[in-house]
Every structure is written in structure tokens, then in C-alpha cells.
Design a protein around this ligand. Sequence first.
Ligand code: SF4
Ligand code: SF4
Length: 117
Amino acid sequence: MAIIITDECINCGACEPECPNTAIYEGADDWRYKDGTSLEGTVVLTNGTEVDADEAQEPISDELYYIVPDKCTECKGFHDEPQCAAVCPVDCCVPDEDHVETEEQLLAKQRFMHPED
Ligand code: SF4
Ligand code: SF4
């Protein structure tokens, strides 16, 4: 499953540069599928949804750092453990029960975003 940042976040910013999928954004910042991935133009996600990878998407939080579930792979394919959770000083990066995925699904997402790795 994806990781979610809870409202205990203190906006320290430590997690953001650690994410291998660029799935973490500062509150109120727009996000894009193409940021930090190989995606560009119109793409069909592994869940079948068609999106424009270049298009700016609405922030998920206006106040706190947030994680884009479609881009988070729990660090599968890159690291043994979620890097955001490893560096967060207040342990507010936790499993997102609303976005449960199997290891195979997470690895498929990782390969989809980074086919050249
Ligand atoms: S678990 Fe890994 S991929 Fe997901 S947001 Fe945290 S650092 Fe990024
Ligand atoms: S490391 Fe933790 S406290 Fe710092 S911005 Fe990320 S989620 Fe928030």
C-alpha cells in the first residue's frame, strides 16, 4: 500500500528529497506524474486510468507535506523500507489503509514509472 503523511507532520521537509518516485510534495504545491519519472504526455496508469503526465494536478494538502498515492511504491524496486518513514523525525509517515496494494502491484507501478532502471 502507499504511505500517507498524517497531520502530525511538522513540515520539516526531510522526507521530500528521499523519495525515489518524487511522490512527496510540499503543501500547496502542484504535482505531476512526470516529476522524477519517465512518464510524459498521455499515459495509461497500471490501474487503467488515462492521465496527462505533464499536467499540473491539484495539491492533496494545502498545509502539510503530502504523498501522491499513484506515485508511491512504498519504495519497492529501490529500497527495502519506505525512505520517508525512515527519515521522518516524528514518525508520521504511515501505511495508507485506503490504498492497499500487493507487492506485485507496487513493483509494476515502479517499473511503469521507471522502465529504464
Ligand atoms: S514510501 Fe518511498 S515511494 Fe512512497 S512516498 Fe515514501 S519515499 Fe516515496
Ligand atoms: S519528514 Fe515527516 S515531519 Fe518532515 S515533512 Fe516529511 S512527513 Fe513531515
